[in-house]
Structures are given as C-alpha cells and as structure tokens.
Design a protein around this ligand. Structure first.
Ligand code: ZN
Ligand code: ZN
Ligand code: FE
Length: 760
C-alpha cells in the first residue's frame, strides 16, 4: 500500500482489522509504504480488502494498492513486524492534526485520567510537523524528548490494540507538558491547570487580551463580541482594517454569525480545521471592528485540546462569549511568535497575559485559510493541517528546491513523484521572515531527505528568494517567470504535460520584458511559453505607492488614456492630481504594468469604493462585494488590440455610467462580466490559431469568487476544459509548486532555460 500510510496508525489498523477477521500474516513498513502478507478464507479476505480501501485511518491517504497471490505460508497469527532502521527514512511526516473525537471524549470525561489535560493526543490526532526535529519520527527526535512517558502512557504506546500505539507525542498530566498562566512581566500567576483556564476566561470577560501558545505559534485572543477589546488589539498589533479570524466552539455557534453550506461545514469540521471564509448572515452580531467593510468572516473551530478546554470553561462561566478572536501573535507583518522567550519579548506590550506551555514549537505554522467556491476548496493559505503532506505528481524526476516568490512565500521541495509544499512563510520583506525562510528550507529538506539537483526561483532580481537562490553555489539555478510558475502550479496539480492556455490574473510579477505583468494570457507547457496576449500596459505612478493608494493608479491611468481631456470624477477631489500628471508626463518612477489587480484597484477608486488601502487586495475585495450575486449583468463593449486587451473602452463605459448616475453595484457587476466575456473571447480567438482545449486559471486576483466562478462557467460553456488550483493556494502561496514542476522538467529534458517568447 503506497501513499501516506506511515506514522498515521496504519499498521495497528491493519493488525486490528486482520485479527478481528481471524486472518494470519504480518504487516510492516516498507521503503515506500506498507507491506502486508495475509492469508485466510476468501470471504474474510474480501472483507479485509474492502475495509482497507474504504475505511483506512483518518490521517492516511492511499495512493496505490497492489495485490498479488503467493503460496500459503500457514502463519499461526498476525503480527506487526518491527521497522528496520533504514526504513524509517522514507516515512512521510504527517501534518499537525486537530484533536479527534475519541480524545475529545477523554478530556471531558471526569473519570478519564486525561480529564481536562490540554496535551491529549493519539495516533489519529495531535502535533507532528511542528515538533519534529529530525527523522526518523521517533520521540527522541521531537520536542517531546524531555518528557519521559509514565508507565501508563508507555503501556498505551507499546500496545498495538491501543489508540495510542506508537503515538510519539503521547502524554498525560503525570508525565507530559504543562500549562501555566503568567502576566506580561513573566510573573507566574497560576500553574494549576483548571485555575489557569478559569483566570483566562475571566480575563477575556473583562476585555483583556491574552497571548495563547498553540500548535504552530502564539495567538492573540480577545472576546470577539467586545468591540473595545478588538479595537485595542488592532491598535496594539498595528493592524488597522484587515479582517481578523475568529474561533467558535461548534458549528451551532455560527448561526448568529454566518451562512454555512454543507461543503463549508465539511471543510470547517475536517481534521485539518482551517479558517474558512464564510459569508456573514443577517444575524451577524460580532463586534463591528472584527471584519469591517467585509462580507465575509474567517471562522475556525477549536483544533487542540487546549482550545476545546478553554471553550468548555467559557461555556460554564461566561456563556455570552460565543466567539474569540484568534489571530497570529505578531506585530504587523513579522512571522508569528513560537518561543516562550520571543513571545515575552515581542508581545509584552501587546498582550495583557500569557497562557504558556513547555512543549516547544520547533517550527512555526500558521492557520490555513480556505474558502469554498462553487463546491471547490480554494486555498488562500495552505499551512497548518496540510503542510507537509505531499502533492503527488504523475512522474518521477530529479529532486528540486523551489523557493517561491516574495509575498505569501512558500517553498517546495520535490522527491521522486512527491512535491512537498512548505507551510506559509509569509512576506519576505523583513529580516525575521528571511530567517524563517531559511529555517523552513533546511528543516523541510532534512525531514524529507531530498537531495535537490537544482534551485528554481522567480525572475524578479529584487526578491529575497531570488537573491538567496543565486547565492546557492552548490546547485544550478533556474529562473521561472512569475506567471508561468502560476500556470505550472495548476498543471502540476492536475498532472497536465501537454500544451495549455493559461489565464493568469494577478497583482504583480516580473515579466520577461522587464515590465510588471499581471493580466496574462499565456500558451505553452512547462518548458516553452508564449505570451499570447496581455492587459494593456499602463504606468503605475509611484510604483509601490500606487499599489497602496489606488486613487494614484486610477488618476495615472485616466491621464495616460485621456490626457488633457481627463474626466472629472468625485474620487479625484482633494487628491493631488498635478503630482500624478507630472510623474506621467516626465515618466518619473512610473513603471509599466499589465496588472489585472491594478485594473481592479483603478475601478475601485473610480467608483468611489476605495482610494487608499490598509491591506493587500482591499480595494478589489470591497469592489467585488458590491456585486449582487443573483443578478445577471451585461458586459461593456471591449476591444482587443492584439496583443493588448485595451483598457480604454472599459473605462469609457464606466465613466458614462458614473456620469449617468447608474448605481455602483450595477457598474461593478458589468465590469466583472466584461472581464469574463473578453477573456472568453480571447480564448476562442486563440483556439483558432492553436488547437488547444485546456485552460488553466491561477493568480491572486482569482481569489475573487465572482470572477473565478464567472470564468469557469463561461469558458466551460465555450467548450473548454478548465482547471484551477485546488490543492495549493491560487495566489503566490502556490508559486513554488509551479516553479518546482518547471525545474524538474528542465532537468528531465536537459534544458538550461525555459523558452520564452512573445506572440507576433
Ligand atoms: Zn486523538
Ligand atoms: Zn503519562
Ligand atoms: Fe502572483
């Protein structure tokens, strides 16, 4: 049996299944999975195979299952054969998994020896990736090493019939890690389990902010119904408007917060327990400042015993606290704190008190963020619960290391046919994040024992990841164009090797002509790409400054298009238009861009939705939220002046509508429909020249569900087979997988670079 079948309780599962069916033989860990030799009556064997394939342990994932007949051995019993030392090397490390139902029962059963014990876990749940220092995955090589199992725990660990057989982090209150509660000058307030939780609950009720140590880092926690507490959190954390995620005790508590579809429910309650972006409902009653100006709210359920106990205490003492803010404990964009010492140092002026524990977090791992769009899961961040679970590729190739982009960075290391995408590393714009990047790269490399034959990075010369790669003298370095990597990420996920069309709608990425790309129509495969068409090049007055202030993009574009006949729109009042004009006239710090993200910014500013942003994507998100879901909108007229998609006709139409007082939600709906229509037309046009029927969609702008669903439907209607990212983030968090796919293919074909061209 191949796949994720080691370290997930697979052998005890086989053992228990075989013995219950009175079958004989053995099970062991083999170099690439699990090997079973089994003998018995035919009908019992049938049952065995059926259960094996249909009801494997929750954390396992069977990739392939090969059977063959051998001579009867007349075994007397069924045994688990011990692992050979070298076999552990190929063990796949499981992600950190949320507490399972059985362990939940244990911690809430007053008769159980793990009653209210916050580090309860078993083979089916608990921390893995964030506690493993090196392989093999054995307790001495984890941060559980200082805790010696007591006789009761050891007995469970040694018994194949026990749920805790070989559960490396197995522990109880006698022998395992402990929590304590301290103030912001590191003075211990209480060490007792129950009184720590009780004081924490009381503090939350009093509007205090607590740093809580979790699985992959610290959270900052306040009562999500207490607006002044949430405001204090925002100001201390230096996070003005970006929505904050909440944790609620159970799906029932979402009734007064958000809509919940069946798919969303499944995702929310899955063993991974990601943050799911749900649509607020009419009864939404959280503090105003939790997710201002946003139709959605990020919700997750308790995923550690510690969280579960906290909510239990809250329900008993302060039942009105139905939701807690649980946001990464960091200051603005620094990585989430993981060490007790760092947390004390960095958070003492942010958090009032700390819920600490003494199980070290070896490597940080943020909460994952996902959304259900059209019954597909779209990842905004793939991290805790998912990383380092491999993505299976359809071919073998040399191992490579791909280092991702600059923002929402992840890295990807491949080994054979498996691609290991790292956890979310974040924006590589500060020193702490750079250190984190290096640590994740070496840690992931170590635990999967890959031997990279090449490094693949972005084309952007200023990205930290590019500079880092070019310093790695031991490997050949390949550079992959940003949007080609987005395209390749979808191809890798869906095992596509032939030519495809790619519609990549993105914020920004360095193009092979040196301009900033982002509205790209590409054609080709992993090693040859043609830029078939792109959004019109327009100047970005002030570069980075324009990204933060969409009004600048809008004025710059309108002025470039209309010159002295610049239309007067309300959003321009009080803005320094002359500065922008001057910059465009003199071509001062105004790089050209074909970015689709900037087009959304421009329209957002023009429609008076948002002129300045406090977080990435804000202008586009608030624009999209103006669209009424059930409405059909007509497209504006548009024009494709090969190879450019002309922007002027779209802006013309928007200006006319604005001047005629058409309501903004209609304008925004028409604008979205226009983008969908024109890209569909472009695809149909392209198909006349190239007989390609497969289209891949990727890029950060496609986190916009109206656009993504619209394109999917429209392209499918036009007869195309459409693919998008479903396993890795559709934004830059998925870039490294695409880079890795490109690098492997270059090595395979013995090529030195990707062949990039522009359609003529
Ligand atoms: Zn469990
Ligand atoms: Zn114990
Ligand atoms: Fe991108």
């Amino acid at each position: 049996v191949n796949g994720i079948v080691q370290g997930v309780g697979f052998r005890p599962f086989v053992f228990n299944l075989a013995t219950s069916l009175k079958l004989k033989g053995f099970v062991n860990n083999a170099s690439n999975g699990v090997e079973i030799e089994i003998e018995g009556k035919d009908d019992q064997l049938e049952k065995f195979f059926f259960q094996l394939e249909n009801n494997p342990p929750p954390l396992s994932e069977i990739q392939s299952f090969v059977k063959s007949k051998i001579n009867v051995c007349n075994s007397k019993n069924f045994i688990i054969q011990p692992s050979e030392p070298n076999e552990a090397a190929s063990t796949l490390i499981s992600p950190d998994m949320s507490i399972c139902k059985d362990c939940l029962k244990d911690i809430f059963d007053p008769e159980n020896r793990r009653y209210l014990y916050p580090f309860t876990n078993c083979t089916n749940c608990g921390p893995r990736y964030t506690i493993i220092k090196s392989i093999p995955y054995d307790r001495p090589f984890t941060t559980m090493q200082p805790f010696k199992m007591c006789p009761n725990c050891q007995r469970e660990y040694d018994d194949p019939r026990d749920r805790r057989f070989h559960a490396q982090p197995n522990a109880c209150s006698t022998c395992g890690p402990k929590i304590w509660y301290e103030d912001n000058s590191a003075q211990i307030m209480t060490e007792d389990n129950l009184s720590s939780f009780t004081r924490l609950a009381t503090d939350l009720n009093n509007g205090k902010m607590i740093a809580i140590k979790g699985i992959g880092g610290f959270h900052l926690c306040v009562d999500a119904l207490n607006d002044s507490a949430v405001k204090i959190l925002r100001s201390r954390k230096n996070r003005e408007q970006k929505p904050l995620a909440i944790m609620v005790s159970s799906p029932d508590d979402i009734n007064d917060i958000a809509h919940l579809t069946k798919n969303e429910m499944n995702l929310l309650t899955s063993a991974q327990k990601p943050i799911v972006l749900l649509e607020k409902n009419k009864r939404y009653n959280l503090a105003q400042s939790v997710a201002p100006d946003n139709n959605r709210i990020g919700v997750m359920l308790p995923y550690t015993p510690l969280h579960a106990i906290l909510f239990k205490i809250l329900q008993e003492k302060y039942p009105h606290i139905k939701a807690l803010i649980m946001t990464s404990a960091n200051i603005s964009d620094e990585p989430i704190a993981i060490k007790n010492e760092t947390a004390r140092k960095k958070l003492s002026r942010i958090a009032d008190h700390f819920l600490m524990h003494n199980r070290d977090i070896l490597i940080r791992n943020d909460d994952s963020v996902a959304m259900e769009i059209n019954s597909k899961t779209v990842f905004f961040r793939r991290s805790r619960g998912y990383s380092p679970k491999p993505i299976f590729l359809n071919d073998d190739a040399s191992d490579v290391l791909a280092v991702g982009g600059e923002l929402k960075n992840t890295i990807c290391i491949t080994k054979g046919n498996q691609a290991f995408l790292s956890q979310h590393i974040g924006d590589l714009e500060n020193y702490e994040a750079n250190l984190s990047f290096e640590k994740v790269t070496s840690h992931l490399g170590k635990i999967i024992e890959a031997k990279p034959n090449a490094v693949i990075c972005d084309l952007h010369p200023e990205y930290f990841s590019t500079k880092w790669s070019l310093e790695q003298k031991q490997y050949p370095v390949f550079q992959a164009q940003h949007h080609h990597a987005h395209m390749a990420s979808v191809m890798a996920e869906h095992h596509i090797h032939n030519n495809v069309m790619a519609i990549i709608l993105d914020g920004s990425g360095f193009g092979y002509d040196g301009n900033i790309w982002g509205g790209e129509f590409l054609m080709g495969n992993l090693t040859t790409v043609e830029r078939f068409a792109h959004f019109q090049y327009l100047p970005l007055a002030g570069g980075e400054k324009a990204i933060k202030n969409p009004w600048r993009t809008a004025v710059g574009w309108l002025y470039s298009i209309y010159g002295d006949r610049l239309p007067q729109l309300p959003f321009m009042e009080d803005q320094e238009i002359s500065i922008i004009k001057h910059m465009i006239d003199k071509n001062l710090n105004s790089p050209l861009t074909s970015s689709c993200g900037r087009l959304f910014d421009c329209v957002s500013a023009m429609c008076g939705v948002r002129s300045n942003i406090a977080y990435e994507g804000q202008a586009a998100i608030e624009l999209m939220q103006m669209v009424e879901h059930n409405n059909q909108y007509d497209s504006y007229a548009y024009e494709i002046t090969y190879p450019e998609v002309t922007i002027k006709p779209i802006l013309d139409a928007i200006i006319i509508d604005l001047n005629n007082g058409v309501n903004v939600s209609t304008i925004v709906g028409r604008f979205h429909q226009t983008i969908v229509q024109l890209l569909t037309d472009l695809a149909i046009l392209a198909k006349r020249r190239y007989p390609i029927n497969e289209i891949v969609l990727s890029g950060g702008v496609l986190q916009n569900e109206i656009l993504l669903m619209g394109l999917m439907a429209s392209l499918t209607n036009a007869g195309f087979k459409v693919y998008m990212n479903e396993k890795v983030p559709i934004n830059d968090g998925g870039l490294s997988l695409g880079q890795a796919a490109i690098g492997r293919e270059l090595l395979k074909q013995n090529l030195e670079t990707v062949k990039y061209s522009i359609y003529k």
